[in-house]
Design a protein around this ligand. Sequence first.
Ligand code: SF4
Ligand code: SF4
Length: 680
Amino acid sequence: MFTANTRINARVIFTFFSNPNLVSRQPAFSGYSLAHIAFWRKFANFVKSGCVSQELKAAGAIPGRASAGINFPGYSKTGIRKSKTGRWRAAALITLNLFMIAHIIQWRIMGKTISPIEPSETMHTLQKGFVNAGFIFFSLAILATLIFGRFVCGWGCHILALQDLCGWLLKKMGLHPKPFRSRLLVYVPLGAALYMFVWPTVYRLFSNQGPEPIIPKFTNHLVTTNFWQTFPSVAVAIPFLFICGFVTVYFLGQKGFCTYACPYGGFFGLADKFSPGKIRVTPACNQCGHCTATCTSNVLVHAEVKQYGMVVDPGCMKCMDCVSVCPNDALYFGFGKPTLLAPKSNVIKRHYSLTWPEEIVGALVFLGSFLAVRGVYALVPFLMALGCAAVTTFLVLKTWRLFRARELSFYRFNLKSSGKIHKAGLVFVVFACAWIGLNVHCGWVRYHEFLGNIAFNKVHLPDELALAQLDPARWLSPSDRENIIQGKGHYLVASTTGLFVNNEALPKLAWFEYLLGDAAQSVQTLRTASAHQKDESKALSLYYRGAILNRLGRYDEARATLDEALAERDDLILARQEKGESLWQLGRRDEAVSVWTDAVRRNPQLALANNEIAGAALASSKPEEADVYEKQADQFTPNNPLFHWVIARRLQDLGMTVLAEKHFQLAGQLDPGGQTPSQR
Ligand code: SF4
Ligand code: SF4
């Protein structure tokens, strides 16, 4: 007899000896009562033989007492063979991580490398036509999955490596992550994948906005100098990996992130349904359940192979652990019918952690938490927000149960018994409240950002017009003013009540401050924003700050700020144009002309910069040169009175009065008696 004498983990026993057709994994929500465990211990005495390998039988390794456990090399104490492929997979995942580190080091040393081999990079291919290494990798991975099944997740994903590491560490601490089973949330990965990779194209197709084609023009982006451009900062990457790789495992089970958050898994799972490559079974299977007990992807292996002759669950990552541990060597990887051609069956009853009402509440909590957390403070990326939302859902529902149920446990911790909440229960509640409270606070900040953005989008004053003169009040309609005041209020709440500097709200708040005539406050706000931004958003904040400083007459500060903007983004031509104005006002006229000339060389259509060079040439008594640039400027100046007025204002500030007067007159002619001021 097997296991009568084996020290048995309750979960394993439960899995092994239930009727295979009705078998389920113990859901994470229920917890185990002592009576429950005792029942299964007793039940184990009646099990059939054949659930132990020939090796153990031959070696006489079955102990005489139930508490002794098996002590035989290559076997766990529960009598299940240890997986031999586990080591190979660990080696593959460690090698993968070492390659990733080597990739970063090579880029840091050489300044140039292959673009990130990350599936998320595919978004840039689909939206902008950038053919990069991530796109090629993801395409090949999906093709391979269509043939061999979902193996890339198990053998080549760095987040899965973290999840496995976390599971391993927890087991070393005697904690066995239990799967949280939801009917609805399992659709999150596929939904997220469609949102990331399909929705942008569908949106372009139907919104009919802008000149961008549906299928972009493809360009080569296989090599990059800015490897980290699309990744979060290290300060964000560390909590990101901690939440996705560890927190999700602790609360949702060994593959918590894969099951409820990973968008790439959504596509791999779908492709797996078409693949002929599957874990398959021979008649040697005697339904012992070792495979199911070993599978960390929560697949009911023994039940599926009995019903279908193969594993059909798209969560199977082809880790081969079940193949390795089967005491009868009944499993193998082989080709045959894909899942889609398997006859439908309802025989395998799955048990879930949630009732239907809880599923619906859970889905709403997930959505609310995701919207609250995603992009908050411009810090939380999409995948991290999905991971956070899944954990929040678990915590909300478990806390709810804690107050309603008479008995509840979590891992080996007894949270509540006989209606009394224990110390562990209180610790759980405190943690859950802190986590949920943080989510609610993020939601509050995002809510005010949202309302601020609505107001922001209602103000249609062009930047050039607003920046032509220090106080743009004359261009604001009463409704613009109303929207700006309201929007400023929301951005102020979002930025002052936040726990971190709000990179998202601050630049827009600064713009509203400027539009309301408080330019001095606006440059301060932009300084704070830019200090916490990076790349393009930082460059833009610095550009606007430099432009406003120019209007304020603080030319030295403006020049320094514009230099910072250009250091961040060398291709920000408008910053070059503004920098030329700072230099001109500082009396460094040759440098100003050289900066404007550089700007025009990069973009000959810059009407203002062409005029500025023409004005400078006139001031240096070079009429022929002035003529060339003036003609070039006229060629690209739209026949719009406001545009002429903007150019006139800027030239007037620089003391280029002849050209300024010309454009004031043109503005007046194009809009006789209209709203364009004839001058100043
Ligand atoms: S496949 Fe192997 S491990 Fe799984 S139930 Fe059958 S005999 Fe047991
Ligand atoms: S079913 Fe087998 S191969 Fe698939 S994930 Fe589970 S243990 Fe690994």
